[in-house]
Design a protein around this ligand. Structure first.
Ligand code: FES
Ligand SMILES: [Fe+2]
Length: 459
């Protein structure tokens, strides 16, 4: 019996050895501390969540050319994401089929083949074993497909975002994304050519469970308190409530911003209704960054009436678009959560650039991307550190075994506060924990399931 079967074994099978009652551990308005602290539950998540549902891996712009590769992980599984010599995107297990060592030890690069550093087996970037040193030493036919690199059987992109799952029964990616696909469209379509390319990243690692980050991804309740110093810094030269997320001060639930749950664990915090709808509305909200005044004056000089619409392309889009379990679009970032262990997680903020599609003057594209680097340094440096401090302190608090529950009951049980719409999505005021209650229903569904996981190899 695998660890997962033991955790999940129903009473009628396998001698009734189920270790966990998922309905007890995750209830309507609270979750048990064990789901954040128990190594066996974490191990089960690496199969049932990071394997059982679609997980974000990378952006196509990170491997733009044939033979490009980057290394990533699916849960804890080390992967090489390649665009093979025929242009096909694959997620290869970064594991030599001989004795299991890490095959590719570079973060990224371009190669038609991978040679294992241990004994020199050589693999094409399709995963096929190309040759072994001194083959006459093998009685067996080394062309047997079992020696080809294992790969993730289902890899699909949505408008450049590459997701993967091992679950042969998972819905097609587009159906899985459902209504959040349209929200991703809106995030992309404000950019020239309807696309962005990924540049480098701010990388954080915190001592806490990965779910603490996802639980926070749509949380509008903490902003005024956890990010107080950020709000004060942003508004120091601009007066009260003018910059950044200052609209979370005072009475955030009466603001036009809201949260929307779109199904399958995915949710959206929409702060765009708080903006003034005019060219420059987004730019006006941006807090102070080095060089802003210079670029603003220069854009007005160069582009006249068009300057502020162009500057908006450097402004941080006020959204949090979250795809369960590990992906967020916020501001102009792609944020990815990578579990490292039950109490350790990477939180990586990839910056994005706009592309020159001819619709924006070329020198403006360069300058907008220079400005985006500044605007994208702001939140990771001054905001994410606040969030990570919370995650680590929660993990510390959850050590106490007798104090068992984490509450997510804000907005729960108040008539008419939460609305279900015709398309099945749910909206609630910005500080509600409805998003968390909903993504935990998906978590529980996946943890109870027996996913049909598979790997494949080239024939
Ligand atoms: S482990 Fe890769 S060639 Fe031996
Ligand atoms: Fe935060």
């Amino acid at each position: 019996m695998t660890a997962l079967e033991k955790i999940n074994a129903p009473p009628t099978r396998l001698g009734g050895t189920a270790l966990y009652d998922w309905d007890y551990l995750v209830q309507d308005d609270r979750a048990h501390r064990l789901i954040y602290t128990d190594p066996a539950i974490f191990e089960a998540e690496m199969t049932n969540i990071f394997g059982g549902t679609w997980t974000y891996l990378a952006h196509e712009s990170e491997i733009p050319n044939d033979n490009d590769f980057i290394t990533r992980r699916l849960g804890l599984r080390p992967l090489v994401i390649v665009r093979d010599s025929n242009g096909k995107i694959r997620a290869l297990y970064n594991r030599c089929t001989h004795r299991g060592t890490t095959l590719c030890r570079w973060d990224k690069g371009n190669t038609k083949s991978f040679q294992c550093p241990y004994h020199g087996w050589n693999f094409l970037n399709t995963g096929k074993l190309r040759g072994v040193p001194w083959p006459e030493g093998y009685a067996e036919d080394m062309r047997d497909p079992k020696y080809n690199i294992a790969q993730v059987p289902r890899v699909e992109s949505y408008r450049g975002f590459i997701f993967a799952t091992l679950n042969m029964d998972a819905l097609p990616l587009i159906e899985h994304l459902g209504p959040i696909a349209k929200i991703i469209d809106e995030w992309l379509d404000r950019n020239p050519g309807g696309k962005v390319v990924v540049c480098e990243a701010n990388r954080f690692r915190y001592k806490g469970n990965w779910k603490l980050a996802y639980d926070n991804s749509c949380d509008g309740y903490h902003v005024a308190y956890s990010h107080r110093s950020l709000l004060e810094t942003e508004n120091r030269f601009a007066g009260e409530n003018a910059k950044g997320m200052a609209y979370y001060r005072n009475s955030p639930d009466t603001q036009p911003m809201y949260m929307r749950y779109t199904g399958h664990g995915n949710h959206f915090k929409d702060k765009r209704p708080n903006l003034e709808k005019r060219p420059g509305g987004l730019w006006a909200l941006e807090s102070a960054h080095p060089g802003m005044e210079h670029y603003e004056a220069e854009f007005i000089r160069r582009y006249g009436d068009r300057a502020f619409a162009l500057l908006d392309l450097a402004g941080s889009e006020p959204v949090n678009i979250n795809v369960f379990p590990n992906f967020s679009l916020l501001g102009n970032h792609i944020q990815v959560f990578e579990p490292v262990g039950v109490e350790e997680t990477n939180a990586i903020w990839y910056g994005t650039m706009i592309v020159d599609d001819g619709s924006v003057p070329t020198d403006a594209v360069t300058d907008i991307n220079a400005l985006r680097m500044r605007t994208q340094e702001g939140f990771p440096n001054f905001g994410e550190v606040d969030d990570i401090a919370n995650f680590e302190q929660i993990q510390r608090g959850l050590i106490a075994p007798e104090d068992e529950w984490v509450y997510m009951n804000r907005g729960f049980g108040i008539p008419d506060r939460i609305k279900t719409h015709d398309d099945g999505t749910i909206t609630a005021p910005a500080t509600d924990e409805a998003f968390m209650r909903e993504h935990f229903k998906e978590w529980k569904r996946l943890m109870k399931a027996r996913p049909n996981l598979a790997i494949q190899r080239e024939p």
